[in-house]
Design a protein. Structure first.
Length: 140
């Protein structure tokens, strides 16, 4: 399902740690240790909105969102609520945020956007989280 013309927006590349390429999406972990947060980007050129994807791509995207949600719940067992959103107001390339929230997190109960200052993962701290998420991510 990968499009040869696909290019990841530089801001998404800078803000995330690469996890893996699923059948449709590039999946990255947001570089903010305060929140368990994955970002899925369909590897299809020039896609800004969900309806820009073909129906079968939309179905695959939903399956990948579900897999990411389950992986976050498995790896970060303290979560209470999943936030799943496609905003694209700053970065127009279609990307889906999957964030596992809990009542003690840095932004609760408000949205995570513009909530304090991002706390980037130290390299030594990011690697084990990335490995656990990769192991937890399953695609049919």
């Amino acid at each position: 399902m990968n499009s040869p013309e696909f290019q990841l927006d530089a801001r998404l590349d800078t803000d995330t740690h690469f996890l893996l390429n699923a059948p449709l999406c590039r999946i990255g972990m947001m570089d903010d240790a305060r929140f368990p947060w994955l970002i899925l980007v369909p590897r299809v050129a020039n896609v800004r909105e969900w309806p820009d994807l073909a129906t079968e791509q939309q179905q695959q995207l939903q399956a990948e969102i579900n897999a990411c949600a389950r992986a976050l719940q498995q790896v970060f067992v303290h979560g209470e609520k999943l936030n799943i959103a496609a905003l694209g107001n700053v970065v127009p390339q279609l990307h889906i945020h999957v964030i596992l929230r809990h009542s003690g997190d840095a932004a609760w109960p408000a949205p995570v956007w513009n909530a304090g200052t991002r706390e980037a993962y130290a390299k030594a701290d990011a690697a084990p989280v990335i490995n656990r998420l990769r192991e937890a991510l399953k695609f049919a």
